[in-house]
Design a protein around this ligand. Sequence first.
Ligand code: SF4
Length: 359
Amino acid sequence: MTEYTRRESRAIHVGKVQIGGNAPISIQSMTNTDTYDHKATLEQVKRLEQAGCDVVRITVPTPEAAKCIAYIKEAGVTVPLVADIHFDYRAALYALEAGVDKIRINPGNIGSEDRVRELAEAARRRGVPIRIGVNSGSLEKSILAKHGAPTAAALCESAMFHTALLEKYDFRDIAISIKASSVMTTIEANRLLAKTCNYPIHIGVTEAGGEGMGTIKSAIGIGTLLAEGIGDTVRVSLTADPVKEIAAARNILDAVGLSSTPHLNIVSCPTCGRTRIGLIDLLAKLEAAVESEGLRSVPITVALMGCAVNGPGEAREADIGVAGGDGDALLFYKGVTAGKIPQDMIVPRLIEEIKKFKA
Ligand code: SF4
């Protein structure tokens, strides 16, 4: 296995979730309901939690909107909530009073230093961390003028500018995110940030697009950084139902071997002119059966291979594997051949075998 070193970062605690300090990489998302519609927002928070979201962010544009945080907390939801604040620092103070678990705000945007101090003190009193979130689309004019464009260096400078405002009041319960719609800028900026400080880093590619391209951009941006040991929590941003962000984030973490939850790993070949069984259909049926039977968390590798060329090798390496023949397949169990199965029995047999590994 390739050596993997994770960047050392300070730990912060967002409700019951630790971010940084070598904690498992958590998955975040954000509601897209109207925050004033408490019921709809609560329902979406619950759907996100059920899908495996570790931390849910909610936009809180005004002090009045902070009531939604209290409403969700009173409903008994335990997934930690983050209030997303832009300019109205009073909204942050109200969200803190409502029991929010983290504030996302850029202190440089809220006006006087007195306000920054008041916010830092209120957050400290409640043990609530603050995320500084720098975005390529909303960089300070002065930094933009200095760098000429929202470059990686400009984004990092902005993040450290906001961080220094909190540090001035000895507030260090901080997470930082730097997001750009450009994958390469996101990667470069986060590499720079990782070298500049030891605060935990929230990573994501912003405005990544729809489910298809957005997932690809996120997989490259987030995946590259995670593979380099950078990143403590992730958000995939999709123009889609936010619940889809959770599956995408989980798949990215699974792909780089950093998922905190056990999962079934399916290895399957792309098929070619040698394939003599309906492998594409078999894979779709296997994936559907794994979901419907609740077997996604079985921590084994299952190989579904199309022929006897590369098939037996991969199938033998897996916990359970099949190498396709002509209308049938050879089954491997822990590297040992276990007989032939007719094509229509492959999925039921694999499901039967996977169930044996279920704790
Ligand atoms: S395993 Fe066999 S069928 Fe699948 S792509 Fe490779 S050669 Fe083709």
